[in-house]
Write a protein that binds this ligand. Structure first.
Ligand code: FAD
Ligand code: DHB
Length: 393
């Protein structure tokens, strides 16, 4: 098989890249390890920056999001038994975010790809990449599907296969610099059959640890609590989870959290991770394969979308004019945004979570930071402009 851009991974990065390339007349094939139903059902991120939402509309994949997504013009920050709203619209000249589940975005993108003749090999085994050094004319992706070995020859490979994929580890370690911070806590997340107890998302800094109230629809809530990353999810009963959520989110003017049956639950570890550069020869990394942010602030999916926006533009320039200047600048241009988003995600995480080794001084400083951010226009505006999404270059 032959294509122009061989894409490993059908997550947000791989699918978006493939569809944008298609709209530019560039051919691509996606190789994905999991099944279509697995990808379309896995519960992950939920908040789209205004630029990500606009991008989905521009490429003709925004119809369901516009109909079913929940537009949010702010968030609430809760601390010291107070709840303060950060008004994004007022602080950013009318911008907002959209709450729309990642797996719904993936359904829309997969459908769009298949409707326009896109090729996605789901359930591919033994995926490996070869001959992607600068000098080699034809990079290759090998994989096994339905007991048959396949080889895809391409001009470039896009490594969109997430943090645990094969692309990043295929680059010689000596060519990469890794920057990493692992946090001593994780998030226990539940999906509950319960109407959201608040119109806005609530990020709560509580003595017992962080909690977040989010939602997926008028009848489904998404809730998170800070926990030990080594905890066994089976050891957390639904009653225990609700009890922690009540303790960490209530206590404001008689406000009550609405409970409902827990539909799904899981624990995610938290890390900040960046690899530099995001390119090696004819292999370009995008999304989680190149960087991970802790989830506070909901940036993972949005950063993946920002990467592939640039990568698609660089491929388009190459196929139009033969010039590689945008491909050559890809890593450097991406990393400027990546590091700003890393900073924001680290800052939100540090401001809102309980750290075991915090001294009473650290705790008072953390609460003062929340007080500053919610009482100063400059402080609130900085949070708001990052949360709705920094402008694209
Ligand atoms: P991925 O979505 O990881 O997609 C990579 C794809 O590559 C996957 O489909 C995978 O199956 C495939 N793949 C992997 N290895 C191979 C291989 N060898 N061959 C072929 N295919 C392969 N972000 C937030 O902002 N908020 C959240 O609440 C949030 N929750 C999360 C919860 C979990 C459990 C996880 C894991 C992530 C969460 N994230 C969250 C992060 C966000 O979902 C990611 O940043 C986003 O999915 C990145 O998109 P991506 O396309 O780069 O990678
Ligand atoms: C959600 C996830 C986040 O990481 C966040 O900061 C806000 C909302 C969510 O899954 O709804």
């Amino acid at each position: 098989m032959r294509t122009q851009v061989g894409i490993v991974g059908a997550g947000p990065a791989g699918l978006l890249l493939s569809h944008i390339l298609h709209l530019q007349g560039i051919d691509s094939v996606i190789i994905e390890a999991k099944s279509r139903s697995y990808i379309e059902e896995r519960i992950r991120a939920g908040v789209l920056e205004h630029g990500t939402a606009d991008l989905l509309c521009e490429i003709g994949c925004g119809q369901r999001m516009r109909a079913q997504g929940l537009v949010h013009g702010g968030i609430e920050l809760q601390f010291s038994a107070r709840r303060q709203r950060i008004d994004f619209q007022e602080l950013t000249g009318g911008k907002s975010v959209v709450v729309y589940a990642q797996h719904e975005v993936l359904k829309d993108l997969i459908q769009a790809r298949l409707d326009t003749g896109g090729q996605i090999f789901f359930e591919a085994d033994q995926v490996s990449i070869h001959d992607f050094e600068s000098a080699s004319p034809h990079p290759r992706i090998r994989f096994r599907k339905d007991e048959i070995d396949h080889e895809l020859t391409c001009d470039f490979i896009a490594g969109c296969d997430g943090f645990h994929g094969v692309c990043r580890p295929s680059i010689p370690a000596s060519a990469l610099q890794v920057f990493e911070r692992v946090y001593p806590f994780g998030w226990l997340g539940i999906l509950a059959q319960a109407p959201p107890s608040s119109h806005e998302l609530i990020y709560s800094n509580h003595d017992r640890g962080f909690a977040l109230l989010s939602m997926r629809s008028p009848t489904i809530s998404r809730l998170y609590i800070q926990c030990d990353p080594e905890d066994d999810i089976a050891a957390w009963s639904d009653d225990q989870i609700w009890s922690e959520l009540h303790a960490r989110l209530e206590g404001i003017d008689g406000w009550k959290l609405i409970e409902g049956p827990v539909l799904q639950k899981g624990i995610t570890g938290m890390r900040s991770f960046v690899v530099e550069p995001m390119q090696y020869g004819k292999l370009f990394l995008a999304g989680d394969s190149a960087h991970i942010v802790p989830p506070t602030g909901a940036k993972g999916l949005n950063l993946a979308a920002a990467d592939v926006r640039l990568l698609a533009r660089a491929f388009a320039a190459y196929y139009k004019s033969g010039r590689t200047h945008l491909l050559d600048q890809y890593s450097e241009t991406c990393l400027r945004r990546v590091w700003k988003v890393q900073r924001f995600s680290w800052w939100m995480t540090s401001m809102l979570h309980r750290f075991e080794d915090d001294t009473p001084f650290d705790r008072r400083r953390q609460l003062a930071e929340l007080d500053y951010v919610t009482s100063s226009r400059a402080g609130a505006q900085s949070l708001a402009e990052n949360y709705v999404g920094l402008p694209f270059d």
